[in-house]
Structure formats: C-alpha cells, structure tokens
Ligand binder design. Sequence first.
Ligand code: 0A1
Ligand code: ZN
Length: 850
Amino acid sequence: MMKDASPQTIHLADYTPFGWTVRDVHLTVKLSPRATRVVARIHFAPRGDAPAQDFFLHGEELTLLRAAIDGAEVTPEITPQGLTCPVPDGPFLWESEVEIAPADNTALEGLYMSNGMYCTQCEAEGFRKITYYPDRPDVMATFTVRIEGDEPVKLSNGNPADSGAGWAEWHDPWPKPAYLFALVAGDLRNHPGSFTTKSGKEVELNIWVRPGDEGKCAFGMEALKKSMTWDEEVYGREYDLDIFNVVAVDDFNMGAMENKGLNIFNSSCVLASPETSTDANFERIEAIIAHEYFHNWTGNRITCRDWFQLCLKEGLTVYRDSQFTSDMRSAEVKRISDVIALRARQFPEDQGPLAHPVRPESFQEINNFYTATVYEKGAEVIGMLKRLVGDEEYYKALDLYFERHDGDAATIEDWIRVFEDATGRDLSQFKRWYSQAGTPRLSVSEDFSEGTYTLTFRQTTPPTPGQPDKAPQVLPIAVGLLNPNGHEVVPTTVLEMTEAEQSFTFEGLSAKPVPSILRGFSAPVVLERDSAPEERAFLLAHDTDAFNRWESSRDLARDCLVAMVTEGAAPDTAWLDGLERVIRDDTLDPAFRALMMGGPTQSETAQVLHERGHVPDPDAIWDAHESLRQAMAERWQDLLPALAEEARVTEAYRPDAAQSGKRALGSAVLALQTRLDGGKAAEAQFASADNMTLQLSALACLVQAGRDEAALRAFHDQWQDDRLVMDKWFALQIAATTPDKAPERTAALTEHPAFDWTNPNRFRSVLGALAMHHTGFHAKDGRGYKLLADWLIKLDAKNPQTTARMCSAFQTWKRYDADRQALMKAQLERIAARPGLSPDTGEMVSRLLS
Ligand code: 0A1
Ligand code: ZN
C-alpha cells in the first residue's frame, strides 16, 4: 500500500494527547520472510484529561487479518495511514493479527531483513509498519514479546523471560514508546562481557554479529563498559536491566539506534579491528557506542512528548557523548574537531533553504529532521547553557531533570524549567536558541583609553525560511586578554551578551591588550572580526586557549585562501612561518599539530567566500588550495622528514589518543611529502602498513598523486571480502582524485559488480563521496549534479529515507554562479517531477527549491 499522495504538514502548536493510555502490549511475532504474522494484545484505558477523539491506530503497509475488542471480532475502517474503530467507553483489550513481508522491505523501516537476519528500525515512525498502534512517543507501555521462528538467536527489548524450541519471550519492565521497540533474529554470534553497576547489579553484555565478525567486537565491548562507568561517575546514571545487547547490521539507514536494552548498530559503527579500521573509525565507534548507551537515560527513561522535541534527547545526548570523548581523549582536539564538523555540516544547513530551528515548528516527514541542527546545534545549546550557569549548577539541574521527569515524555519547556528552578535564572530569552533558526553573526570593535579596555559586540541573525525577523539571542562570549608581551592579563571570562549591541569593559590595564574572543567556540556564531594579520599571528603564537590558537591559524588560512581566490594573491608566507613554529613545537600534542597542518577544506573556503559576500568558484578554489598545499610542502621540505620520524609509532597498534595523534601527524606530513616525491614515500608506507590507518592514508596519497592503479588493485584484492573496507575503497578513489576525474570515476564505480546500491553504506560510499568532492560535484557542465540526481531518483523507489537525506548535497545551490544554479535547479526540478516520488524526498526537494 502506498502512502497518501498529498503529504500533510504537522504543527507543534496542534499537539493533543492520545485519548487512551496503554497498560501493556503483548506481541507474538511468527517470523517468515514474506509472511510474518504479528499478533498484538493491547490493553487500552480512556484518559480523562484528553480531548474527545476517534480511536485511531497508526498502521502502514500492513495486511489486517483479524481484529477484536474484548474478544469480539470487529471490522475497522482502514486508510493508508491506519485504522479507526468504535470502542467501548471504559478500558478494553484490543487484539489484532497482521501480515507483513520483511524480505520485501527495502526502505529499512519497521521489520526488515539484512543478509538473512531479521531486524527492526522503529524510530521515528517504523513501528506502525509492524502492527496497528498509537505510534507516537508520548504513548508509553511495557512490552512482552514472543518471537517464533527457527533462527538460533531471537532478541527483543528488556530481559529474557522464557524460551523453548523455536520460540523466545522477552519482557521489558520499563514503559517505553514504540519507537524504542526492537526485534532481531538470525544466525548470530556473540562477543560476551559483563558489567557490575555501582550498586552491585550484574549486567550481562553482548555484541551480536554475523559469523566471521566475532574478531571485531572487543573494542566496542570495552567502549560500552567505559560508557557505563562514565555515566555513573559523571551523571550518576546506572543501567536498569539485567542484560544489554548490541547488534551489528549491514543494512541500516543511520548510524545506530538506542532501542531499550537492544541497541542496533550499522555494522560500520561498531565492528573494528586494527587491520580493517582507521583510528578515526575507532574514535567514532567509541563515541557512538557511548551515545546510544547514554540514551538509556536521556531518551529512553525520559523521552520526548512529540517529535518536535527531538533535540531534547539528541542535543543532550550528543553533548554527553562529546563530554565522554573529551574525557577519554583530548578535550582540546575534540572541541576543534566538533567545530570543524559543525561548520561543515550545520552552518550550511542554517544558512540555506533547509534552515530550521533546533526545535522545528512544523514538518511533513520527521525523518527529514534528524539533522545537524537538531543534533549538533542542539548540543551547542546545551554547552552554552552549561557555560552560562556553571558546572555545579548544570549538574544540579540535571539531577533535578532525572528526578522530576523519570518516566515522562517531556518537552523543551520542561527542560528549561528544570534549569530555571535549579538555578533561579530566567531563561526565557535563552529559549530563543530553540525557536530561532539561522547562524548569528557577531561583530566586534574595541577601544582603549586610560587603562580601560572596551569591547563592543553587535549581533544580527540573517533571515531564514519563514523567519524574516530575528531577535537578539543570549550569547556566552568567552574572552581572555593578553598583554603585548604575550602574557595573559585577564583569564577566560564569560561575557553574557543579551542585547543587539552591548559593551563590556575591563579596567586597570597598563597597555592595550590583545583580545582572544570566543574561546573554546563558546557560542555557535560567525565571528566577524577584521583583525590585522599581525594580531592573528600573535594569538597563534601566544594564546593560552588551544581552540583560539587553532582558530587564529585557521583565520589566517581563510584570509590567505580568499585573497588567492579573489585577487590571485600568492600564498601568505608570514602565516606559514607562524604555523611552522607551532608545528615544530614537540611539546604540543601531535594530534593538535596535525589539525593545525590540515587547513580548511574546499567547502569551507566556499562557505567563507559566501559569508564574505563572494560567489564561490569551485575551480578557482581548487587551484588556490592546490597552490597553497604545494607552497607548504616546498616551504617545509626540510622539516617534513623530522616530523615523519616523530610521527612513527614503534609499539604495537593501539587506537588510543596518543598513537592516533602521531599517525594523524604522520598522514598530514605524508600528504605534503607526496607533493614533493610524487608518491615514493606513500608507496613505501602502503607496502609496509600493518594497520588500516597507515594503509589508507598511503592509498589516499597515491590516488591524489595519480599513481594509484596498482595500489587500488592490490587493495581490492586484499579486501574484496570485507564489506566495510570495500566501502573505503569505493569512497577513497573518488574523494582523493582530481576534479576532472571525480564524476567519471563515480560513474564507473556504479558499474562495478560490488556496487550494491541498495545497501546504504555502499550507496553513500560512492554517491556520497561525489557529493563531498567539492570541485568534482560542481563540475561546470553539471555532470556531477546529473549523476547524483539519476541515482537519487533510482534509490528513492527503494529507500526514501536515505534518498531524502542525501538531497542535502544540493543545500548550498543558491550560493553558486547563475550557470551552476540553473543546472542544480534543473536537477532538483527533475527529481520533484518524478511520478511516485516518496513524500520524504518530495519534502526535501520542495524545501530546497523554495
Ligand atoms: N536515535 C538514533 C538515530 C536514528 C534516528 C532515526 C533513525 O531512523 C529514522 C535511526 C536512527 C541516534 O541518535 O543514535
Ligand atoms: Zn541519538
């Protein structure tokens, strides 16, 4: 059955509670690839406090075989969205039996099959594809699930209750919304572990994988235990079931899912070994394991009243996982990496046609709102709140949140009220961070006279779709002052800006200081500060705040690239001198120095050009980046061998921060060396590498140098049976190649026998890599756009969710020249005009075109 053709817009303002509570849910699932039967027994009781309404249960793509109320058969009225049925005035037992076909479910929502294994994905609205149910997060119930089938392993949420030949029963004592339901069945192997909680409860842990993947679970298991300890120590949160299961699935639309007691992971986000995973993979896996585990409290025990409140669980949980990574690794490196990611993914969203508030006010398809704004900007908002109230008050507020709302489906209003009650602050203006879209711009001017230094800030937020006028937001601006000798005379101080224009003074200074503004990137804004290059170089040399030290170098790099693109300027050698001093300083963390060497990406340069009122020319940006990288390589010719030596790891591979940092420095060095030796050093590294980090960074250099044929073949032959490594093989040869080759290579790779385009990881590794190749995607004749659009159209018929997400590749289309705009618009219109286009993709394309 297809969804109704005319998509409906849902508004936050229209929220009404469901008219019944659900006491408990009992499901029997009789597995069969094309004829799974789901029998549901659900006790409903009317709620006195809800407005009168018809009894409506969501249900999509279900074949209803039987329905009964209190044992008497009923014939509900069925629509593509669900069913309605007259019901008694008092409590009643609802029973239904439906048939579904998991083997035909290519959308990967609801119950589906991946490599012969049954699995589910119910967030946001997948449960309605399993049975008729009030599929909304504010309806919470306890679940008992009986699974029948020949599969040796059968899992669901909660604790195992009972089992026998061909069946297993699970009971979850914690009331939960249906989006946290999960079921897995198949021939799976487990990597076991255990954890004792701080109150002495023994918890059985398992990571379940396909046979053959058992050797890739140990790291995930350790990350899980670390996460459990951390949440006890930092937030006082203890695990609440006897068992915690994690399952790796190859076909998965997103990264992972926090189903109660049964987390389901995209296999790329949990399976790891030194031979097959890079340092970056290890770090990401550790963070995602933590993220999903942390949801047990921030998401599951306290969930969202409705999907508009998504940031309540996601912003907070991303914030918590970033705190975890900072504690496990380097806080400074984590902060810089997070800001790089925020600028790369969230800023373009917030500044283009897809801009929406952290808490959106309307949507058609909620799956389109699992965005960088909800997640990453949502986490920035929590970070600002913490900075404003201070650490102690933050944890006091969190204690109150858990105490007051445990078991609730809560709202952002509840969250803000907890902070107001715990701290006595009025946060009504702060709340604008949740309702106002767009990236604020912050400009600053300074004045110094008679020992008094004044900083005057101005904030404005450009209009975004549906929000032409913006009000001032609360900005925590962390500032430190340095004297002309480079000593810090005012340590980090948080200025709380609430007005459109506001001045702050510092008294008693003997000389005009140099300000270090927005330390730690204390607010997600675009800082517009026209400071002299000398001042930036001064901060690069002396700032005590690692973020701003990095930022001053980044600013110099941005200025240099903008001048190269717009004025044809030569690379700025003064900046390279300053940078060299930092890079040579072996007292600094190699990971930090590697970040310093990295420089802006080409998309970032495009973003900066756009922010400064220029139309970005992708080809000119490519040329500028190339000549800058070449200048760096030549300038540091003598330094590179020493750095390479310093970056060499002699001990056995460990994916920890210390070793990863060294390898990150090594790979930054190798990329520059390749420009000088044409790939000789990379070839040697490729031949001797005994871990994926070194092997892949060498391969990237060989691709970049155009000396890749033999290496790509060797890599393919070595790894053709490992699907996650093959994803890297596909992605890398597009990502690292030159713009002229990128679209052709992508097209050729879509013909490769291993290009299984129905697998979201593989699809993303090829078409996603093209979308991220700035100059390749924006090829002047539009062939990059057309190729992506062709494949989005094809995928939409199978998997609307992944298609819709990937449409965001076009989100910056309005910032390019008229020819490119016309070409992109034509492709968007072509997608929009497709008969049978999914509502998911339809919504994205119409927002992009608006
Ligand atoms: N809640 C998960 C991510 C997730 C979201 C939506 C999904 O399907 C539409 C799947 C997973 C998380 O934050 O990790
Ligand atoms: Zn999450």
